[in-house]
Structure formats: C-alpha cells, structure tokens
Ligand binder design. Structure first.
Ligand code: AMP
Length: 115
C-alpha cells in the first residue's frame, strides 16, 4: 500500500490548505511556496503516486482528472493569458510529494527552458 503523504492529509482535512476548488473527483489548493502570482496544486481524489502511475489508469478517470485541471485553470482566470501545467515526476524533476499533483502556474511571463 502506498505511503501516507502530506496531500493525503490535506485531502482528509487533517492539514489545513487554501482550497480553491473541490468536487467529487479533485481537490485544488494553493501551493504554500508559490513560484508565480498564481500557483495551485490539483490532486485527484483517487490516489496515484506519480504521473507514470496515472498513465496506467482507466482512460476515463485520466480524462476526468485532466479536464478538472483545465477547469481549475479556467476558474483561476488563466485561460486568456495562458499558464503552465507541471507534473514533477521522480528525483531529477524534484518530485517531493508522492501523491500525483498538477502544478498550475500562471500570472507572469515564463521563460524556456525551465530551471
Ligand atoms: P513537487 O516538488 O512537485 O512534489 O511539489 C510539491 C509542492 O507542494 C511544492 O511546490 C511545495 O511548495 C508544496 N507544498 C508543500 N507543503 C505544502 C502545504 N502544506 N500546502 C500546500 N502546498 C505545499
């Protein structure tokens, strides 16, 4: 069984977070260390440890999660300006919480390549 993570605790409301959206499928909350004016993390209520694990899931479930991420970005008012969606996966990408989370980051001009 997968280890309990900080985001399991946020989902169970055992750790406080600034939740910006919650429905049957997903929870979205503000990152505690924002990298842009808007920085929100979106987790599915069904747990996957990483992006690689999500890719093995039922396509309908994957689709609902991705649609949820896009919906949160729209609700945050980022559709017109644009935004980044980042899934840090594994050690070189510096994934620190092993509960899949999409970073939605926006509200400023980004550069490429990322750091
Ligand atoms: P990652 O490095 O992709 O695993 O991202 C984990 C993210 O969780 C980081 O951007 C952290 O700033 C963020 N984070 C850590 N603790 C909290 C917390 N208590 N509430 C909200 N975000 C958090």
């Amino acid at each position: 069984m997968a280890a309990d993570t900080l985001f399991d605790k946020i989902l169970r409301k055992e750790v406080p977070a600034e939740v910006v959206h919650e429905d049957e499928e997903i929870m979205a909350f503000r990152d505690i260390n924002p990298q842009a004016p808007t920085h929100v993390l979106v987790i599915p209520k069904t747990k996957f440890e990483s992006f690689a694990d999500l890719a093995e899931a039922d396509p309908e479930e994957v689709g609902r999660y991705i649609r949820g991420v896009a919906r949160v970005a729209r609700e945050l008012g980022l559709d017109e300006s644009g935004y980044r969606v980042v899934f840090n996966t594994g050690p070189q990408a510096q994934q620190t919480v092993h509960y899949i989370h999409a970073h939605i980051i926006g509200g400023r001009q980004f550069t490429w390549p990322p750091g």
